[in-house]
Write a protein that binds this ligand. Structure first.
Ligand code: PNW
Length: 468
């Protein structure tokens, strides 16, 4: 596969040229995907909570189910060639737990073979495999046992880590235990926005803690196997109080969005002010103090997924625009008296586009978790792409990437140990409860014939990857 115009087109873009000069050769530039969003082939694996969630009408806006997604399992070689053509250093993908251990029973030879071919295919093309163990597709059989509320879930996750490290431990460059535990806990357990759709605020807090116990248990297993670069991925952002009346609410949002995870990783335990603010929901007696050391064992890197800031204002000053994921129900215990107050311009998700917050998020994280190399493991936007004469000139997305990669490098210039950046996403895919309508890809994927087509943003990423 080759691009019709590519390098020539971008070399005329002064901003792309200037940005390319700021990216060091040793900086990791990559693209990212996740299993349930792209793989298809649900018959070749066990079921996950996302299959169950998608079966209930209304849960996924357009009724999308796991098949065919991007039919990635059957189009692996073509997708590997796309990655090679992009010239990226690394590819961040996730493993479907129920493809590797269907029904939570014994490992599947065909599931292991699929990821083995993916990893070997990347290495043959000189692309570093960056593996995420858990990007939200929990085996249904584990949800039947309580899922992330099961007090032994860390043991199940450790067994899964052992299976992955046994088969892939020699070939994967970077390992992440979890992707965005905040989303798993608060969209999936505190509310019903994501699978498994529990809708119990206290359950969200407990699931958040148990996800971190699983992270710790998996870290120990990955270390025993001496894998290369084990770490984890959080979705962190800057919380901005627009006025003094919003200060308490902003502090609470910051504590659940950012501090909770970083405190646990840094060995500071659970913040007493968070415990106080959530006292009517839970007494936190599910926390086993003896597990905290496991959770805070050293990680080799931390990934940050950044999309948009969170703004809050005192009553009356907020916006009425519905913004995906900006809802006080996702932050159990938020003191009353504030409203969400995101601004224009927005992506199709309603997410405010504000690049300075990626700089702030990186700086703030470097302060809260000192000494840990950072990566941006996701960043990008859903835009209303128009396919005209076989081309997609996604100027909004190109602009988003230019501004955000540049702002991330600003943090690096200011002393943050930023090692890499991954664009979300390599291709259009199932945007969870939003279905196929929200497109984050730098490649367009035709929903009927599965054809892949590079957008201008793909040409930008290719230009940046190959001109350093
Ligand atoms: C992340 N929210 O998801 C995920 O890691 C990706 O799988 C996803 O496609 C991408 O970001 C874009 O959404 C999120 O509502 C989904 O706050 C929803 C929220 C945040 C992150």
């Amino acid at each position: 596969m080759s691009f019709p115009t590519s390098l020539n087109y971008m070399s005329e873009d002064t901003r792309a040229v200037e940005l390319s000069k700021r990216i060091p050769r040793e900086f990791t530039l990559g693209v990212a995907t996740a299993s349930w969003q792209i793989e298809g082939d649900s018959q070749g694996r066990g079921r996950s909570i996302w299959d169950d969630f998608a079966d209930i009408p209304g849960n996924i806006k357009d009724g999308t189910k796991a098949d065919p997604a991007c039919d990635h399992v059957n189009r692996l070689d073509q997708d590997l060639d796309i990655l090679a053509n992009l010239g990226v250093d690394a590819y961040r993908f996730s493993v479907s737990w129920p493809r590797v251990i269907p029904g939570h029973k014994k490992p599947s030879a065909s599931g292991i073979d699929f990821y083995s071919r993916l990893i070997d295919g990347l290495l043959e093309r000189n692309i570093k495999p960056a593996l995420t163990m858990y990007h939200w597709d929990l085996p249904s059989e584990l949800e039947e046992k309580g899922g992330w509320l099961n007090r032994d879930i860390h043991n199940y996750f450790a067994e899964y880590a052992d299976t992955l490290a046994t088969h892939f431990g020699d070939r994967v460059a970077m390992w992440a235990t979890l992707n965005e535990p905040w989303v798993s806990a608060f969209l999936g357990y505190a509310t019903k926005m994501h699978a498994p759709g529990i809708g119990n605020p206290a359950a969200g807090l407990e699931a958040g803690y148990r996800l971190m116990t699983a992270h710790g248990a998996a870290m120990s297993v990955l270390r025993e196997h001496k894998v290369s670069q084990p770490g984890t991925v959080l979705n962190l952002t800057q919380v901005i109080a627009e006025d003094a009346a919003a200060a308490d609410a902003a502090e609470h949002l910051d504590s659940l969005q950012n501090k909770f995870w970083l405190d646990l990783l840094a060995g500071r335990g659970i913040d007493s002010s968070l415990v106080e603010r959530t006292a009517e929901l839970t007494d936190w007696s599910f926390v086993d103090e003896s597990r905290l050391a496991s959770i805070s064992q050293p990680i080799d890197w931390l990934g940050i997924n950044y999309y948009t800031p969170i703004r809050v204002a005192g009553t009356g000053a907020g916006t009425s625009t519905e913004v995906q994921g900006q809802d006080f129900a996702l932050y159990p215990g938020t003191p009353a008296g504030a409203t969400m107050a995101s601004r224009e311009p927005r992506t199709e998700m309603g997410w405010e586009i504000f690049a300075p917050s990626i700089t702030e998020t990186l700086k703030q994280t470097a302060e809260r978790l000192p000494g840990v190399p950072l990566y941006i493991t996701e960043n990008g936007g859903a835009f209303d792409d128009k396919l005209v004469d076989g081309e997609i000139h996604d100027a909004d997305r190109v602009d988003y990437y230019l501004n955000h990669i540049s702002a991330a490098l600003d943090a690096k210039d200011q002393g943050v140990d930023l090692r890499g950046y991954f664009a979300w996403s390599m291709m259009d895919n199932i945007e969870w409860a939003e279905g196929l309508e929200k497109r984050f890809g730098i490649y367009y994927v035709d929903p009927i014939n599965q054809e892949r087509l590079p957008k201008d943003s793909a040409k930008l990423i290719q230009f940046l990857a190959t001109n350093r």
